[in-house]
Design a protein around this ligand. Structure first.
Ligand code: GLU
Length: 288
């Protein structure tokens, strides 16, 4: 059975880009007589708000969506992410990183540092690996004295431990807009952060755990998240989780050709509704 999901973060009101993602997932499930899930991705407790969550439910119902299975709210499942993290730790694939953003930037700015440092990952500068080689004694001492740290995945070690090529099936807009079987290249992310003190799981870890626990077989989402699939595929391999099929869809662009974002005060679904638009109008606007 096809199982899809829409996984918004309640950090603002939904806009046309969200409507596209939600309707794409909903219609894909409906067309296959499958199941559609709604997941609230609220691991960032400082930015997510219950009133935005309530607005998500209201806007989606107005659009005509329903979700038979109870909503999964990530903030209620930190234990699941912790156990995945422990699994990776027991494989020896995590290391504590004590670097501040400033220290990372300074290290990258040093001309004589490794060339990899100048490279960009899909999430910003590639971590130059400063803490990867700290000794166990130094790690223990710094943790004991209360230094703040994040847990990073040693991606090279992780790939070596798997010892096989990882692939995923892209049915939508993948690399260069092309679909087909894709070779996963998690190394483009460098050693990603999987947890911090104030955020006990990263987006990537929570997504792969949840997609597996919810039995998601088809991930539909905007093509801006296509690169994330590379690192998420690695996490699935390490945690022995099934890999869904992916179908990334085109982004809905505003009049100036930029993608809608909460920051730009893009027209929200509630603005459109208040100005008299119908759910049908929204479907036409996003080309569905
Ligand atoms: N929570 C993410 C967002 O709002 C979507 C995650 C996903 O679909 O994998 O952009």
């Amino acid at each position: 059975m096809i199982v899809t999901r829409f996984a918004p973060s309640p950090t603002g009101f939904l806009h046309l880009g969200h409507a596209c993602a939600a309707l794409t997932a909903f219609e894909a499930a409906r067309a296959a007589d499958g199941s559609f899930h709604l997941r609230i991705e609220n691991i960032d407790l400082t930015r997510c708000r219950p009133d935005f969550e309530a607005a998500i439910f209201e806007d989606l119902r107005w659009l005509g969506l329903s979700w038979p299975v109870p909503v999964r709210r990530q903030s209620e499942h930190f234990a699941d992410y912790r156990s995945a993290l422990n699994g990776l730790d027991s494989l020896g694939l995590l290391y504590p990183c004590f670097c501040t953003r400033k220290e990372i930037a300074e290290e990258i700015a040093r001309a004589d540092f490794a060339p990899e440092a100048a490279e960009l990952s899909p999430e910003g500068p590639l971590y130059p690996g400063i803490c990867r080689t700290l000794t166990t004694e130094i790690r223990r001492a710094r943790i004991a004295r209360g230094d703040a740290y994040a847990l990073r995945l040693d991606v090279a070690k992780a790939l070596a431990s798997l010892g096989r090529e990882l692939i995923f099936d892209e049915r939508g807009h993948g690399a260069n807009g092309e679909s087909g079987i894709q070779a996963a290249r998690p190394e483009i992310f460098g050693d990603v952060v999987l947890a911090r003190k104030e955020m006990p799981t990263s987006y990537h870890l929570a997504v792969v755990v949840d997609d597996a626990l919810q039995g998601v077989t088809l991930v539909t989402r905007g093509e801006d998240l296509f690169p994330a699939t590379h690192i998420q595929r690695l996490l699935q391999g390490l945690l022995d989780l099934p890999t869904p099929v992916y179908a990334h869809h085109r982004l809905i662009l505003d009049r100036s050709g930029r993608k809608f974002s909460k920051r730009d005060r893009a027209p929200t679904l509630r603005n459109l509704r208040q100005s008299g638009a119908t759910p049908e109008d929204v479907r036409v606007m996003i080309g569905l």
